[in-house]
Write a protein that binds this ligand. Sequence first.
Ligand code: ATR
Length: 302
Amino acid sequence: MKIDAETRLVGVIGNPISHSLSPVMHNAAFDALALNYIYMAFQVEKDDLEEAVKGIRALGLAGINVTIPHKTCVIPFLDELSPEAEMIGAVNTILNRSGKLIGYNTDGYGFEMALQKQGGICLKDKNVFIIGAGGAAHAIAGQSVLSGASSVTLTNRTFEKAKSLMEFLNRSSCRCNQSAGKIIPWDKDAWRSILPHSDIIVNTTSIGMKGQGNLALDIPWDSIKKDAVFFDAVYTPMETLFLKEAKRLGYKVVSGLYMLIYQGARAFELWTGKRPPIEVMEKAVLTYFARKGEQDAEKTRE
Ligand code: ATR
């Protein structure tokens, strides 16, 4: 990597940020296409968010990714929103177009592409069952409605949060002439009633994430449709217990790692105008994961 006076800067703002895979993924892509860009990670406190966004303009950054906890709070500081960002109500990518800051959401696109490329399934006319109602669920549910899913069914431990996500979906779906969906209780029997009709089953909760103990989703596995596809937004570990069990039972599974890769690929395209080298981005992330796994195993042995 050669840095000179013409190098364009992009990056990610969030808090915490040291775990981000995006620098590894994007810098590998810039290298592969010999683009004079560099990607950095910036830890930004909530109170400094407005100043950080002004800095994008002032320093002429090409753009920036936005991650937790700033995806929604960043919106008032932007000049324009893409239809997806408006629909999802969150921004994960900012493009600096000659000083005009445009907010995009590429998370939903990442989800859709991950399903298509890894799971061989499209959202259109499918019944989507989403477990959880946090930030990831917003992007996934919003994209499902935008892409013409037949139905979106939500379930969440805290019912109120599922309700507010559904209200949000109903408001947004009116704008794109789609019907939203329904909420079912956080209860195995209720899930049993919906799963035989679900084509795509998505976990967006943090259950299964490394460091969360031995919690597991209590899925009524005997009620799943034969050709259902499973997706887990959690990608540490890359294959969660939820996906492992689905795979063992013969279902197609898609790791949230691919949502991360495809959301990054779309951001790359927005900033550079170039076709993203997906294989390079995938390899960079997988290599990083493998190395990290080895380091963790090393630490356990110490
Ligand atoms: P993200 O941005 O990754 O989606 P989030 O917005 O904090 O993260 O959402 C976390 C989701 O995981 C929520 O749906 C949360 O359920 P609650 O709304 O009831 O908090 C869910 N979640 C986290 N831990 C959980 C647990 N132990 N059991 C059930 N759901 C859990």
